[in-house]
Design a protein around this ligand. Structure first.
Ligand code: NDP
Length: 281
């Protein structure tokens, strides 16, 4: 039986730690503040934004909410970001993605002051991660490393295979595993003989965006498997990962479930970044 890596429990621990830090800062007269911008009323985005605000409330971070019309111009959005960049009482800025088609996500990401960029998508933060300089680390990849460390999984010297090379998950998680001294391979849609490569992994991180694609044939006996995928079955509330849990669980030594694995870590690390960002300011 594999160990089930409990993301709910680990994310709760992290939120408690953040809560303590936020209280300490408050005693020193520092109020941690996150500005959350949502454009339009996409229902999935509203759920994510609502969860982020709830987490802020729980850990004692003040959240400022900006709900902009779907039709808002790029210039208006950029000028709001500019204003928030300049405000001393705001230390984190988050723009909920995706944005409507008439707004360039890249321009918006680049407009946020990297020191307030709690999602850590700005090229300065991505570059800092690449060279190991101080900066903010994006939440889902940072959460994956926390899951491994806090479950006692040693990364140094291990064969780590990441399936997926997106800018928000695959690439940053590969860089973090490398920083932790793993031997890292990144696989993608053009990779040949994927099964042969994934079967080398002591630590297999799957962020492929294909429901239950990774079955036991892809996994070495005793591997640690981290499933980043989230797929909602139409018409039901049931969630699935990129890993076929039933098939893989009997062969691996530890695995994250979906839900309750990587998912809860993302918001916990966002809270962590809100506090970390203060150090950069
Ligand atoms: P993307 O669609 O941006 O990237 C998917 C990656 O998988 C690409 O690099 C693609 O390769 C690669 N890929 C696609 N098909 C194959 C294949 N058959 N074999 C090998 N590689 C393949 O996805 P994201 O990184 O944004 O997200 C991945 C998953 O994680 C999704 O299910 C998403 O919902 C989930 N997610 C979960 C989060 C959480 O908080 N738990 C946060 C973010 C994402 P190529 O580059 O060649 O196209």
């Amino acid at each position: 039986m594999a160990v089930i890596i409990d993301g709910k429990k680990i994310s709760a621990q992290i939120k408690e730690e953040v809560k303590e830090k936020v209280e300490q800062l408050a005693q020193e007269g520092i109020q941690v503040t996150l500005a959350v911008i949502q454009v339009g009323k996409d229902s999935a985005s509203s759920v994510y934004v609502g969860n982020k605000k709830k987490a802020c409330e729980y850990v004692g971070i003040r959240s400022l909410s900006y709900e902009l019309e779907e039709e808002v111009s790029q210039e208006e959005l950029l000028s709001l970001i500019e204003e928030l960049n300049g405000r001393k009482d705001v230390n984190g800025i988050l723009v909920q993605l995706p944005l409507p088609k008439h707004i360039s996500e890249e321009s918006v990401i680049r407009a946020i002051d990297p020191r307030k960029d709690v999602d850590a998508f700005h090229p300065v933060n991505v570059g800092s991660l690449c060279i190991g300089a101080p900066g903010l680390v994006s939440c889902t990849p940072a959460g994956i490393i926390q899951l491994l460390k806090r479950s006692g999984v040693e990364i140094a010297g291990k064969e780590c295979v990441v399936v997926g090379r997106s800018n928000i998950v695959g690439k940053p998680v590969a860089l973090l595993l490398l920083q932790e001294n793993g031997t890292v391979t990144v696989a993608h849609s053009r990779t040949r003989n994927l099964k042969e490569i994934t079967r080398r992994a002591d630590i297999l991180v799957v962020a492929v965006g294909k429901r239950q694609m990774i079955t036991r044939e892809y996994v070495k006996e005793g591997a640690v498997v981290i499933d980043v995928g989230i797929h909602r079955e139409e018409g039901s509330k049931k969630l699935y990962g990129d890993v076929d849990f039933e098939s893989v669980e009997p062969v691996c030594s530890a695995i994250t479930p979906v839900p309750g694995g990587v998912g809860p870590m993302t918001i916990a690390m966002l809270m962590y970044n809100c506090v970390e960002s203060l150090k950069l300011q």
